[in-house]
Every structure is written in structure tokens, then in C-alpha cells.
Write a protein that binds this ligand. Structure first.
Ligand SMILES: Cc1ncc(COP(=O)(O)O)c(C=O)c1O
Length: 399
């Protein structure tokens, strides 16, 4: 008889975005002419000076364990980054470097949650939040919002989600999957709520440098001392510097929370990859013009994909202010047929899109957003145009 696995592990859903991306890569490797619009990572090369720093690190003998919360040099550079970009002041014992922002998120919820503690998550939401919360015994409480509200829950909806068990709120701005950027007024409302009801805000700011048009990134932690004392900012080098494979993320927050995260990290994984920390340090202190160059490219691609989707009869999307995703609304096409197959929901739509015209997207149900498919524009303009052409051709075949 098989011994089996724990109930806890059995309840965890695999990451749908990574699964879709793996599917696209496998099809490509098998020689199929696939257009991948599912990727959650910049397609640009990692800046040369960062690559050089990684190589240099090995020659400098940076091949040993690092301090558990990360090297002091990197933590100091992170402190400078927070000062420069966010107007925030931290000390080294308020910073922890981890194996990517995802690991920082796991650590923070491990540090904050007791069994049954609630975490408010605006939905649609990134796939990993509810699973991480559940993995450490917490209970996700979703606050749905839609296109009408620009994917930002109303103050009344936020207030209604608070209960005596509320321990934390996940704020993702710019957002994955919908690209929305919370305006200052919405951040102020949330900060007021968190202070009044005394819960933490976990502010995932991994896309902070990818904002388009006139919106500006504001860290909720910068809105006053009371909210600063309740905020753990999560960030990393993956998206800003095209360094997803380096696996370096970080968190900043109240000392006791960072200390608890450091204890957890010391037992589970030790300090993060030493040479990758040296490369991340270089990324943070180098001239930042390559970040602006990548941002401008993303903005052009966003404009192209938004225009293209809205030109296809039956499909539409909002124009997001940040990150590199759009939520393509497919609701008007549900119920139609693709040959023998009925397109009942967004998962069936994404599936048919893949098998009929070899375009990879992520169905919205992965993000608690039935009726949508998420398109990533972290790919070349040629791929975007070809992807849109195929999507249009596919839609024309639906009856
Ligand atoms: C909202 C959000 N937070 C965190 C992460 C994880 O980033 P990292 O590569 O640093 O683990 C991602 C990656 O897709 C993301 O979209």
C-alpha cells in the first residue's frame, strides 16, 4: 500500500502560470511554432554588467554560505534603494534577502500567521498568494472586483472583508494579473483601514518600476509612521532587471517580523545564493538607465496589445497602467463552438487557442477571474503581432 503524502501537500495546487509556461517551452522544444503569451518574466537579456558581476563573484571566491538574511553589502544597497525610490528609511536588521520574492512571501506569511488567521486578498489575484497562505495554515479571504472598478476593490468592499481574525492584507500594485496601479487615494483608504483594525499590509512591489503613462508608484509604507509599522514591503530583482533566474528577492519591515522570517529561513534554506547576491548588488547600484529602456519597450508593447485585442470582435481589455499583463475579456465568446468543442469557460477558450492556433495564454480561473485570459507582453513586438493575428483568426472560426 502506498504510504502517501500529507493532506497539506495534497491540497496545494501547482502554479498554473509556471505550468502554462512549461507547456509552451515543451511545445517549442518539440519544434512546434508556438507563440507564448504566458510568460511571467522579461524577455530582455540580463544587463551585461550584472552578468559580469555574477562571473566576477566566483573569481572573488564568493562560493560560501552567506549570512542568513543576506550579505550586509546587499542589505545596505537595498536600504539605499528604498531611500532613493520610495522615501523609506530602514536599518539592516529590517531587511532580509531570500530566494526570490516568492520565497520572501512564503517567509512573511510563515512569520505572521497562526492557524485560522485570515489574509485579505483582492481578486483577481496572483496564483501563488492563496496557496502560500494556505500552506502555512492561514485562510485567504477574497475581495472580488472587476473591470468596472478598474480591478481595485471599493472602500466598502474592503471594510466588509475585515473580521476579528484578519491578520494581513496583500496589496499588489502594479498588479499581476490585471496590471492595475493603486492610486494614492486608494492606498490612503487601505492604510487607514489597516491602522484602524490593526492588521499588517504585505505590499508586493515587485513591478514598481514598470508603470506607464502618468501614474507614479507610491509605497503604502511611505504614507505615515502608523502604516509603516504595519507594512512588510516585498520586492526583488527579477522583473526590474530581467534577473528571474538569479532568485533574489527581499523584504523590509518591522524588526520582529524580519527576525522571525530570518529564523525560519535559517532552518529551511539558509542564506540565499552568494554569487547571485553579488550580482543583485551590482544591479541596484549600477546606472539605472537600462531599467528605463526596458520600461519604454514594455509601454510600446502594452499599447500594441491593448489596441490589437480591442480591435478583435468579441474580445476586449482595459488599458493597464503597470506590470506586463493584460486581462483579455472573453465572456462574449463563451457558449460558442470550436468544431465539435463547446467553449464553456475561459479554460476551454485558452485550451482551444493553444490546440488550434498554438498561442499560449493563462486562463483567468488560475487568478480567480473567470471570463478572462491573461496575456503577457513580456515578449517581442513580432510575437505580439503574430499572436494577435492568430487569436483573431481563431475567433473568426467560432460559431
Ligand atoms: C506579483 C508577483 N509577486 C512575486 C513574484 C515572484 O517573483 P520572484 O521571481 O522574485 O520570486 C511574481 C512573479 O511572477 C509576481 O508576479
Amino acid at each position: 500500500m502506498p504510504l502517501g503524502i500529507s493532506q497539506k501537500a495534497g491540497n496545494i495546487a501547482p502554479s498554473a502560470t509556471l505550468a502554462m509556461d512549461a507547456k509552451a517551452k515543451a511545445m517549442k522544444a518539440a519544434g512546434e511554432n508556438v507563440i507564448g503569451l504566458a510568460a511571467g518574466e522579461p524577455d530582455f537579456d540580463t544587463p551585461e554588467t550584472v552578468r559580469d558581476a555574477m562571473k566576477e563573484a566566483l573569481d572573488l571566491g564568493m562560493t560560501r554560505y552567506s549570512p542568513v538574511p543576506g550579505t550586509l553589502e546587499l542589505r545596505k544597497a537595498i536600504i539605499e534603494k528604498f531611500k532613493r525610490d520610495n522615501g523609506l528609511t530602514y536599518t539592516p536588521d529590517q531587511i532580509i534577502v531570500s530566494n526570490g520574492a516568492k520565497h520572501s512571501l512564503y517567509n512573511v506569511f510563515f512569520a505572521l500567521l497562526d492557524e485560522g488567521d485570515e489574509v485579505i486578498i483582492p481578486s483577481p489575484c496572483w496564483v501563488s498568494y492563496p496557496e502560500i497562505v494556505r500552506m502555512v495554515g492561514g485562510v485567504p479571504v477574497f475581495v472580488p472586483s472587476g473591470e468596472r472598478e478598474g480591478f481595485i476593490p471599493t472602500p466598502a468592499a474592503l471594510e466588509a472583508a475585515v473580521s476579528p481574525r484578519t491578520k494581513a492584507f496583500i496589496l499588489t500594485s502594479p498588479n499581476n494579473p490585471n496590471g492595475c496601479v493603486w492610486p494614492r487615494a486608494a492606498l490612503e483608504t487601505l492604510a487607514d483601514l489597516a491602522v484602524r483594525h490593526n492588521f499588517y499590509v504585505v505590499a508586493d512591489e515587485i513591478y514598481e518600476m514598470l508603470i506607464y503613462g502618468t501614474e507614479k508608484h507610491v509605497s503604502i509604507a511611505s504614507l505615515g509612521d502608523e502604516i509603516l509599522a504595519r507594512t512588510i514591503v516585498i520586492n526583488g530583482v527579477s522583473k526590474t532587471y530581467a534577473m528571474t533566474g538569479f532568485r533574489i528577492g527581499y523584504a523590509a519591515g518591522p524588526r520582529e517580523v524580519i527576525a522571525a522570517m530570518t529564523n525560519a529561513q535559517s532552518q529551511a534554506t539558509s542564506g540565499p545564493n552568494t554569487p547571485a547576491q553579488h550580482a543583485a548588488l551590482r544591479a541596484l547600484i549600477m546606472p539605472q538607465d537600462c531599467v528605463e529602456t526596458m520600461r519604454r519597450s514594455f509601454e510600446e508593447r502594452r499599447d500594441a496589445i491593448v489596441k490589437g485585442v480591442n480591435a478583435i470582435p468579441g474580445l476586449s481589455c482595459l488599458k493597464p497602467d503597470g506590470a506586463f499583463y493584460v486581462m483579455m475579456n472573453v465572456t462574449r465568446l463563451l457558449g460558442k463552438r470550436c468544431g465539435e468543442r463547446k467553449i464553456e469557460d475561459c479554460a476551454a477558450f485558452a485550451d482551444a487557442l493553444l490546440s488550434e492556433v498554438k498561442v499560449v495564454t493563462v486562463p483567468g480561473n488560475a487568478f480567480m477571474a473567470e471570463g478572462y485570459c491573461r496575456l503577457s507582453y513580456a515578449t517581442s513586438m513580432d510575437n505580439i503581432q503574430e499572436g494577435l493575428r492568430r487569436i483573431e483568426a481563431f475567433v473568426k472560426t467560432l460559431v
